[in-house]
Design a protein around this ligand. Sequence first.
Ligand SMILES: Nc1ncnc2c1ncn2[C@@H]1O[C@H](COP(=O)(O)OP(=O)(O)OP(=O)(O)O)[C@@H](O)[C@H]1O
Length: 290
Amino acid sequence: MTMQIEMNNLSLKYKSNYALKEINCQLNGQGIYGLIGRNGAGKTSLLSMLASFQEPTSGTLTIDGETPFENAKIMQQVNFIFNKDYTDETDNVSQLLKWVSQYRPHFDSKYADYLVQKFRLPMKKSVKKLSKGMQAAVNVTIGLASRAPITIFDEAYNGMDAPTREIFYEELLEEQARFPRMMILSTHLVSEMEHLFDEVLFLHKGKLILQEEFEAVTSKGTAVTGPAEDVDLFVQEKKQLNTKSLGHLKSVMIYGELSDSEREKAQANGLELGPISLQDLFIHLTEEEE
Ligand SMILES: Nc1ncnc2c1ncn2[C@@H]1O[C@H](COP(=O)(O)OP(=O)(O)OP(=O)(O)O)[C@@H](O)[C@H]1O
């Protein structure tokens, strides 16, 4: 189940406003991709084109070489999980899952039942009467149990409390290990979700400003920790992202790679060097200009 997504100069306009501008990127095969961006960055717009909900204004988007819009074969391979409005839904949880299982060829009903128990969902209750967090758990159950080769979770955790989100993250990783596929997760809960990602994409104001493997992104910067004075001296010429102080100790996140000699110098001065967090990088790269 290895799929490939390619976008070339992909743009989307709503009337005269660009929601996405000239996106170029490739997603190759299995893995968990984090699509990260602030409110209004264009995440849902991008994902809805992947899910065949709308067509690009210009540029091209292909999934396995084919245009997804109104393409039944491709749409079958993609499952788009988002915060659905269930106001008009008449099914209960059990009926809804049964209905989904009929048109999702890889749907695993046993696994869906297991997730329903784990999320403590009441099978016989109508979906429209569930709380927002429980509806989100139903959506996630559908997304995981459908095992579509491309599974998209668009801020699917919305409304879930922290323990429920934890179950979602655990199951996501276990499912990916059992049945590897392409999963795309949009979020702005960066620090909570960064451990899930194999690759990250930052969208900012409709533009793709970064696409990297997770490990590579976090090595773009360094956390320098040690006695405040020594840290200040070491980072004074560097681009600083964030500073934390604890007593006489200080930790400063810097952006940009360090040379071997700089690393040796830091270690010789008793400074500790570590990776930066994705969250710090995200905040820095999407900061509003004053
Ligand atoms: N149906 C629409 N009509 C007009 N403008 C829209 C429409 N949908 C989205 N937009 C605009 O397109 C831009 C991108 O919106 P989008 O919903 O894709 O962002 P997002 O990154 O998913 O945001 P959030 O994290 O807040 O959900 C925003 O400026 C938004 O106002």
